[in-house]
Design a binder for this molecule. Structure first.
Ligand code: CP3
Length: 355
């Protein structure tokens, strides 16, 4: 990694080193709230055509960097690329989110799943990573990502988004061995996929566990956390990936932070239901913390956005190890000007309260 990337605010904060101001990036920073994103998606034809075209994926990845001057970039892709590459037939129905033509329900279907080769079926992702790394300003780190095995499995088993997770919960409680077989395959596929993104040029990786909070504490440990730990341990055991920081994000996982920090990861993403100061007391001497403005605040006016950003920064308090972000992705209806306000508020805070 070159020196300007190594010394960037984001990488320093991830290592919990002092920074002149808190770095900021946003989940779903390239997305439908940006008119320039909608224009490229229209040109591509669909979200998947956009995500599988490295040149266009690169272009939309850079849009929020160019518009807002954010401190980190995240690969434009999706957590469902792995099951798509496994042959499940991913498609998006307008207004309904992701769907699979061939959901996974039986032992045979799990046994038949192939672990995709990131250099083959997922080549469009690593090609996008290399291209984005080449096009990004040289001091802006690129974050690669995957979904947590549990979260990806919910889509594969349910066949799409779900409210009650009835089908996968039936699998958890009727056929736990089958559930584990699927999760282990996904964990191994995720390790290979993240390693390939790191090799192609990502400076950090993040695991998105959007649906871990659908589980009880004991089931979370058994069906989600253990597989995120498997991913972290495998990356930390390999000399080619060992030095790349890993962030874990379980939405709604605020009461599990100690266990998450125990995985050996480098940072934790927090949703807006957690208090950053309390989270820091619990795990802040071990991991960096990323978050956690309520994305709904961006529906407020400039003054509200500024005040709420400063509240989040104050709740973390003085000292290193904070990366400013939202508690979840930006909503499609947000006015991009409010994101300009958010970035300005994070920048101005350093002048108010010197770290
Ligand atoms: O954060 C970023 O800017 C990077 C890109 C990114 C996308 N999806 C792009 C995307 C990331 C990191 C994801 C992760 C993802 N995808 C998650 C985990 C994080 C989270 O948000 O909880 C999940 C659960 C998915 C699955 C998924 N992909 C859903 C549920 C949807 C539909 C959302 C909706 O509101 O319609 C997607 C599609 C998707 N992925 C979009 C984007 C920008 C919108 C597609 C469009 O342009 O229509």
């Amino acid at each position: 990694m070159n020196k300007s990337l190594h010394d960037s605010l984001f990488m320093k904060a991830l290592r919990r080193e002092p920074v002149p101001r808190t770095p900021v990036w946003l989940m779903r920073q390239a997305g439908r709230y940006l008119p320039e994103y909608l224009a490229i998606r229209k040109k591509a034809g669909s979200f998947m055509q956009l995500a599988t075209n490295p040149e266009l994926a690169c272009e939309v990845t850079l849009q929020p960097i160019n518009r807002f001057g954010l401190d980190a970039s995240i690969l434009f892709s999706d957590i469902l690329t792995i099951p798509d590459a496994m042959g499940l037939g991913l498609y998006f129905e307008t207004g309904e989110g992701p769907k699979f033509e061939r959901p996974i329900r039986s032992q045979k279907e799990v046994d038949d799943l192939i672990i995709p080769d990131p250099g083959d079926e997922l080549r469009y992702v690593t090609d996008a990573v290399s291209l984005i790394r080449k096009e990004l300003p040289e001091n802006v780190p690129l974050i690669g990502f995957c979904g947590s095995p549990w979260t990806v499995a919910t889509y594969m088993v349910e066949g799409g988004s779900s409210r009650n997770f009835s089908i996968i919960k039936a699998m958890v409680f009727q056929q736990p061995q089958l559930m584990h077989a699927l999760l282990l395959k996904l964990a191994n596929a995720s390790v290979a996929y993240l390693a390939a993104q790191i090799e192609a040029g990502a400076q950090a990786v993040m695991v998105f566990d959007t649906w871990g909070s659908s589980l009880s504490t004991s089931s979370y440990k058994e069906f989600s956390l253990v597989y995120m730990r498997h991913i972290v341990a495998a990356l930390k055991a390999d000399p080619t990936t060992r030095d790349t920081p890993v962030l874990l994000f379980t939405k709604g996982g605020g009461h599990w932070l100690e266990m998450m920090a125990d995985t050996g990861c480098d940072g934790l993403g927090l949703d807006w239901t957690c208090d950053l100061g309390q989270a820091r007391e619990r795990v802040g001497n071990r991991v960096a913390l990323q978050g956690n403005l309520d994305p709904g605040v961006l529906y407020g006016d400039t003054g509200t956005v500024t005040r709420e950003c400063h509240r989040v920064l104050k709740s973390f308090g003085n000292g290193p190890g904070h990366i400013f972000n939202l508690g979840h992705g930006i909503h499609p209806g947000v006015d991009p000007e409010r994101v300009t306000d958010l970035v300005a508020a994070v920048h101005s805070f350093a002048a108010i309260e010197t770290k």
